[in-house]
Design a protein around this ligand. Sequence first.
Ligand SMILES: Cc1cc2nc3c(=O)[nH]c(=O)nc-3n(C[C@H](O)[C@H](O)[C@H](O)COP(=O)(O)O)c2cc1C
Length: 207
Amino acid sequence: MEFEKVVESRRSVRDYDTAKKISDGQLKKLFELVKMTPSGYNMQHWEFIVVRNPERKEKLSDAAKSQRHVREASAVVIALGSKDLLPRAGMIADDRIKKGSMDEARKAVYLSNIKNASQDTLKMWAIQNTSLAVMTLVLAAKNMGISSCIIGAFDIEKVRKEFRIPQEYEIVLLVTLGYDDAKPSPEQGMRFGFNEIVHLEEFGKKP
Ligand SMILES: Cc1cc2nc3c(=O)[nH]c(=O)nc-3n(C[C@H](O)[C@H](O)[C@H](O)COP(=O)(O)O)c2cc1C
């Protein structure tokens, strides 16, 4: 599908055909695109739990204000952002050294910036980068004919406990994935336009 069409036709879908499943092959294809998402320091500190088991989806729905689409989607993705960055950072730096775009001195600065990051900063990075990965997931899904809905309304601690998610991970968002049932796609919600969302050069200067 053309990029503009993917972006313009995506909707949050909350009515799924419960008989149509998402295969392992489709998941693989989706996450091969998700991995291309940009991230600060190229940290890629996102991880995803894919939930397809009906009982587990029920538990997720319970933790998400009983939202029906969380229960009925073919798969629900729990998007996590790690705050334990050093293991990844070392590997990324070594790869860059091998490819000639980093030297040992810059590696030391890179690692020390990460080591010295505050908990607030680590949390912000986890949310920033994982949210971008979620956007890639949603658009890649649309491109493959798979509908989705991002879910932000859930009880973090319930999800953490039920899915045994360690404390060093922020639980950023859930994403339902599945096939639209036969109903027409939901109407597009109103959108604020160019003049409303863009300032030129400084705040308050409107196009
Ligand atoms: C961060 C975030 C949290 C959201 N949380 C929920 C949610 O908990 N339940 C839900 O049904 N939709 C949720 N949505 C979907 C929004 O309601 C939806 O994206 C918005 O109304 C625009 O509609 P559209 O996605 O169809 O264009 C969320 C979307 C985002 C980006």
